[in-house]
Design a protein around this ligand. Sequence first.
Ligand code: MG
Ligand code: MG
Length: 261
Amino acid sequence: MLRRAEIELKSPGEVDAMREAGRVVARCLDAVRAAAVPGTSLKELDDVAHAVMQDHGAVPAFLDYHPHFAPSPFPGVICASVNDAVVHAIPGPYRLADGDLLSIDCGAFLDGWCGDAAFSAVVGDAPYPADLDLIATTERALHAGIAAAVPGGKLGDIGAAISAVAREPGYGMLADHGGHGIGRAMHMAPHVPNEGRAGRGLRLRPGLVIAIEPMLHAGGGDDYVHDDDGWTLRTADGSRAAHAEHTIAITDDGPRVLTLA
Ligand code: MG
Ligand code: MG
């Protein structure tokens, strides 16, 4: 169970500082989106994001991150997950091809505050219209989750809103993966599940800052597999996946998205 003592609330000034960190992340993602054309390698996209961070005096949040489940520190600035890779893929030498479904996740620290956001897009021409539907639904699920992040609501409202959008067309979501509290660390309490029951769980209060991040895939199941690198998470059925994420603050005026340019 979640204990309130574990949940950190930020002051309005701290939320403003997190907005600046989020802005850098958004600019990184914009630059990566523009560079993600056929022939570009995932490592080159990583370099693009790193350069934007350095321009802003920001520090990569993912680079050398070493959580308990991983066999080695993460070697990239972004996660670059292609097609059936859902999240956490290492940006290596793979070169993008027309029609790849690319998911980019990026985190950065600015003045000690962390921002975390992700998007998915189809590279070049799109031979698979189903991918565009998957991406659009993932973004709708994200925004439904954000809309539920209001003072007086419950944490379960967010997951319920996300899963209602995701499950209606029959998409799957990874079990055990979801969003998180965020602040001076990237991953903080509470865990923010992508499924939930409305009206249940932690009460949402102004000053709570969380990353909301639905990960949907076309296959409909909840299973996934790890690559041998210990990081990359793929759908067990080989179906394509999309990921969308924003860092948001719950304020007296409703949800405030921090990871916008
Ligand atoms: Mg992320
Ligand atoms: Mg996150």
